[in-house]
Write a new protein. Structure first.
Lengths: 67, 337
């Protein structure tokens, strides 16, 4: 039982340390790129931010990710 | 004191609503040409046709539903065409960190969703120190849009018409402060370029007039589903889904000895079709069909000149994964986003 208590305390401490960690900065798409996300599968594609590259992906239902 | 129809102030929702029942909060104020004023039309049914009353007359009425719809007819500006195409086709991306912003717009993929982005629309008419009309229509969708061009001078050479439908959700008074008029950049047909199936109709000075259109054939009755919602005892729509959508292209051009339209029809040759108009480098619209055949070719006449009218048959292209796309540039950000 003491071991179990210690294990629970260690887990709680680990969770607390994770919570205290600063959130990782959100990554932005590379310059000149845009991210498109499929609303059902969640798949994300990063393509050149030009209509010629975006249209074939958007035609499959991918939508722009708001950065 | 009556009010003149020119006192009508109209605001179109700039951003898409989060859902059909939640009004948008950002509006674009546009001028328009048609004099229609939207009505929040409550529909009632009655028992005239029912048997057992001893006569054929009405003895009772029953609340049914709200039926909201209207049209917008405007000179084609980069701002309004962007708005119409973004809400009418449904899948719009905007790129650029500052104006002019570039919009890439394609039809929604029915494998992903059947619902277009919803917008809000507000109409106000000042009268006698108050307002004769002050209504916010919530949960509206574009039924169809038509871009129309023709020879002749001025803004009338390039127009855009939108028919829209409301869910029936109405707020009166609206509580909306409509902003100042949106600065619009009109695109005259004189700026146009048009290439269809390998023929440059502007370079050859043959093109006279035409239309590009999109119709969603919204499933309006299906919007009144069990549990769709009520307002003042009348049903409202809880959804508006696309039906069988129809893209269209029709144009009339002068007929020459070397005209290829009839051969293109008979051989069912396919190619791209692109129509572009602009105000300047930062305000433009380009409609593009990746795969176009001809459905009908008819000889015609315009101002005594022999012409040919072509009705296109846009086909779905498996390379670009769409039947049509629209690319625009304008100074407004976040339309339909």
């Amino acid at each position: 039982m003491p071991d179990l208590k210690q294990e629970l305390a260690d887990v709680a401490a680990a969770i607390e340390r994770m919570d205290q960690r600063a959130p990782e900065p959100a990554t932005l798409p590379a310059p000149g790129k845009v991210r498109l996300r499929h609303p059902n599968t969640g798949d994300i594609k990063e393509v050149d931010a030009v209509p010629e590259a975006m249209i074939p992906i958007m035609g499959l239902g991918y939508q722009q990710v708001k950065e | 004191m009556p009010a003149r129809v020119q006192q009508l102030i109209m605001g179109l929702g700039q951003n898409k609503q989060t859902n059909i029942a939640t009004a948008g909060s950002t509006f674009l104020r546009f001028k328009k040409l048609d004099t229609t004023v939207t009505t929040p039309k409550p529909v009632f049914e009655n028992d005239a046709a029912e048997i057992g009353k001893g006569h054929e007359f009405i003895t009772q009425t029953f609340p049914s539903h709200y039926d909201v719809a209207n049209r917008l007819e405007k000179y084609a500006s980069a701002e309004f065409v962007t708005w119409a195409c973004a809400f009418g086709l449904g899948n719009a991306s905007v790129t650029g960190s500052s104006a002019p912003y570039t919009y890439t717009i394609v039809p929604i993929d029915p494998g992903t969703t059947l619902e277009l982005p919803y917008f809000s629309l507000v109409e106000q008419v000042a009268e006698g120190g108050g307002r004769a009309i002050d209504t916010l229509y919530v949960g509206c969708a574009v039924e169809d849009w038509t871009y129309q061009f023709a020879y002749g001078p001025g803004r009338a050479s390039s127009k855009m018409t939108v028919n829209w439908v409301g869910s029936g959700l109405v707020t009166t008074p609206s509580g909306i402060t409509v902003p100042a008029l949106t600065a619009e950049n009109n695109m005259l047909a004189a700026s146009m370029s048009l290439s269809v199936n390998g023929v440059d109709y502007v370079a050859t000075r043959r093109i006279l007039s035409g239309t590009i259109g999109w119709k969603n054939n919204l499933l309006l009755n299906a919007g009144f589903y069990p549990g769709s919602g009520m307002q003042n005892g009348l049903q409202v729509r809880g959804r508006m889904e696309i039906g069988a959508r129809v893209p269209t292209l029709q144009f009339t051009a002068r007929l020459l000895a070397g005209s290829t339209e009839y051969a293109t029809l008979v051989n069912q040759t396919t190619g791209t079709a692109t129509l572009s108009v602009n105000h300047d480098d930062g305000n433009s619209v380009s409609f593009s069909f990746p795969k176009m055949a001809f459905q009908v070719v008819e000889n015609a006449e315009a101002d005594g000149i022999v012409a040919v009218t072509v009705t296109g048959a846009p086909q779905f292209d498996t390379v670009s994964n769409t039947v049509m796309s629209v690319t625009t540039k304008c100074g407004l950000n976040s339309i339909a986003n």
